[in-house]
Design a protein around this ligand. Structure first.
Ligand SMILES: [Zn+2]
Length: 178
C-alpha cells in the first residue's frame, strides 16, 4: 500500500464515522448538475462550498460540452434526474482561467481534439478563452433538441486568482431563449 493510498483510506474512515447513519437519496438536494473541468483547482465542491449530496457533478478536461458529455447527460437524466427534469433543474457549465485546455493547439493537438469534440479542430473551439468557450458550449446546449425546454442552463467562469465566479450566461430556461 502506498503512503498516498493509506492517507486516503484513513480519511475515508473518518468520513464514514462522521456521516449520518442513513443512505442519501439518489436525487441531489439542490436540483443542479454542474459540468466543469477535471482540474483540481476548480473543484465545485470548493468553489461553491457544496455540502454532501447537494449537486451532481460531471467533469472532463475543460468542462467542455462534447459528444461524450452529452451521452453522459442523457444517461444521467434517465437514472438520476428524470423526476426533476420537468421543473427547475439547473445545468451549469463552469470553465476556469488558466485551464490546461488553453495549452492545446488546434494544429499541434489536432488528433486528440478531434477525438474529444468529434469534429475537426478549429478556432471555433475557443480553446484560449474560457469566457468565449463557455458561451459557445451553452449555445450548443440551447440548440440541442433533445434537452427539455424547462431545463435551466447557465455558463460561468471561475477565476483561479481571485476565487470568484463570473456569470457569462445567466441561468435561464431553454424555453425562455428565442
Ligand atoms: Zn481546466
Amino acid at each position: 500500500m502506498t503512503p498516498t493510498y493509506q492517507q486516503l483510506i484513513n480519511r475515508n474512515r473518518d468520513h464514514a464515522a462522521a456521516r449520518p447513519a442513513f443512505r442519501p437519496a439518489l436525487q441531489p438536494t439542490l436540483p443542479t448538475v454542474i459540468v466543469c473541468c477535471a482540474d483540481h483547482r476548480a473543484d465545485p465542491a470548493h468553489v461553491f462550498q457544496l455540502k454532501p449530496n447537494e449537486a451532481v457533478v460531471l467533469r472532463n478536461p475543460g468542462g467542455r460540452i462534447t459528444p461524450a458529455l452529452l451521452q453522459e447527460l442523457a444517461v444521467l437524466a434517465t437514472i438520476v434526474a428524470v423526476e426533476h427534469l420537468d421543473s427547475n433543474v439547473e445545468l451549469l457549465v463552469m470553465h476556469h482561467t488558466d485551464c490546461g485546455m488553453t495549452h492545446l493547439s488546434p494544429q499541434r493537438d489536432a488528433a486528440v481534439l478531434t477525438a474529444m469534440f468529434g469534429t475537426t479542430p478549429s478556432d471555433a473551439l475557443h480553446l484560449a478563452d474560457p469566457f468565449q468557450a463557455v458561451a459557445a458550449d451553452v449555445e450548443s446546449l440551447r440548440t440541442n433538441p433533445f434537452l427539455p425546454p424547462t431545463l435551466i442552463i447557465g455558463g460561468l467562469v471561475y477565476d483561479l486568482d481571485t476565487g470568484l465566479v463570473y456569470t457569462v450566461v445567466a441561468p435561464a430556461p431553454l424555453s425562455a431563449v428565442s
